[in-house]
Design a protein around this ligand. Structure first.
Ligand SMILES: Cc1ncc(COP(=O)(O)O)c(C=O)c1O
Length: 416
């Protein structure tokens, strides 16, 4: 049984949760615990200097950036098998990767992109057509939006170079079987680029178990600063040359792929994340947790605890929405945590998503509507791009009571 910490104790780590609005828009971005905010502030006030200059503050800043990278390697269970490249966002990292891969594309190479994806993992790959790549689509089911591994099989060939797909759609919340998909792509001789942004706030990333080549997520949706991470397996990244300046050696990974360097204060924030994770994992002295010693077992236990906290919240949310005949859940109706995460989208037969969000907003709830940059999936499913869907996305620090209060506020409107 995972350790299940008291939700009030967790919430007390996140001062912004007490600022008024009930934040149920975490798929857009999560809040940060006090530890992370304090570490960023401390860095800015004490060590906000350039790296590698040799004076004490510069040495400390250099150590912070290096420590953050080493911790991120362990955070995704990738230590020893690859490196995490940091950047300003998942989108920018995907572009850096696609640009580097474009230099290796030969005419006729096939690149598979996935209709279910966020545009961050689609648009940059379509660019490869200009370099001679043939684009093939892993299509989503028009009714459910789901992916079928047999459809993947049908678009793979001995020419497949790259298959870019999401671990979880940020619209549907459904979990894709990354391990099986990756094994299929590897059997065809291709490499996978997995967008884990919508998965990472809810479950531990385990690049070792899944054997993925590239796996990206956004640290600002996982209780950290506004940055992105891209895990790259050693053998996969060795085939590429990063775009950073010519005099930086090809094998200086991750720096060769970190254009202009990374956010130093962001790295300081990432180094403080182990304290939250240790707390969630049930460690006795979370404040003493350190980025240098926090290992994947702590990460796994923390995310197991988060999943067990989220389970009743997502169950209640789905139950309350399903109770309305006029509401259609976009994504799995099942509350099984093996099937989905707690990102729940819906439409109503007559009520405009804008109106639903407005009613919620005027009662103090932060939710949103839109296509969520899953533009192509909305088109495939026949969902109006504007206003799109209503998305409600709790995480571990949200409560059943918050969901109940939101559903109470919407009750009358949704029942028409
Ligand atoms: C599934 C998914 N992929 C990619 C992105 C883009 O992430 P970033 O904002 O870090 O570029 C998002 C952002 O919402 C997302 O939800």
């Amino acid at each position: 049984m995972p350790h299940t910490p008291d939700v009030d104790a967790i919430r007390s780590q996140f001062p912004s949760l007490e600022r008024g609005t009930v934040l149920l828009e975490n798929a857009g971005g999560s809040q940060v615990p006090r530890y992370v905010a304090d570490a960023i502030r401390d860095h800015l006030l004490n060590d906000y200097v350039q790296l590698g200059a040799g004076y004490p503050a510069s040495d400390r800043a250099t150590a912070t950036v290096e420590r953050a990278h080493r911790f991120m390697d362990r955070f995704v269970n990738g230590q020893g098998i690859g490196r995490v490249i940091l950047g300003s966002s998942c989108t920018s990292l995907m572009h850096v990767l696609a640009h580097s891969i474009s230099r290796t594309i030969r005419p006729g190479d096939e690149v598979v992109v996935c209709e279910q994806g966020h545009e961050a993992n689609i648009g940059c790959w379509l660019e490869l057509e200009r370099h001679g790549a043939v684009i093939r689509w892993w299509k989503a089911d028009p009714k459910t939006g789901s992916l079928d591994l047999e459809n993947l099989r049908s678009v793979l060939s001995e020419r497949t170079r790259i298959v870019a797909f999401p671990h979880v759609s940020n619209l549907l919340g459904e979990i894709v079987d990354v391990q099986t998909a990756t094994a299929m792509v590897h059997a065809a001789g291709g490499r996978v680029v997995v967008d884990g942004v919508a998965y990472a706030p809810h479950r531990a990333i385990d690049v070792r178990a899944w054997d993925v080549d590239f796996y990206a997520w956004s640290t600002y949706k996982v209780y950290g600063p506004h940055m992105g991470g891209l895990f790259a397996r050693h053998d996969a990244i060795a085939e590429l040359e990063g775009p950073n300046h010519f005099f930086i050696p090809k094998d200086e990974i991750p720096y060769k792929f970190e254009l202009g360097g990374v956010s130093h204060e962001g790295c300081a924030g990432l180094c403080a994340l182990p304290r939250l994770l240790a707390f969630l994992a049930g460690d006795e002295r979370p404040a003493a947790a350190d980025a240098e010693t926090c290992d994947f077992e702590v990460v796994r236990r923390a995310f197991d605890a988060m999943a067990s906290l989220e389970a009743p919240v997502q169950k209640r949310l789905l139950e309350r929405l399903r109770a309305h005949d006029s509401v259609k859940i976009i994504g799995p109706e099942s509350a099984d945590i093996g099937v989905r995460v707690s990102t729940v989208s819906m439409v109503h037969t007559s009520l405009d998503p804008r109106r639903i969000v407005e009613i919620a907003r005027s009662a103090g709830f932060g939710i949103r509507h839109g296509h969520m940059y899953a533009h192509r999936l909305c088109e495939r499913m026949g969902i109006d791009i504007d206003p799109g869907v209503v998305r409600i996305s709790p995480v571990h620090y949200n409560t059943v009571s918050e969901v109940d209060r939101l559903c109470d506020v919407l009750e009358e409107s949704l029942s028409h």
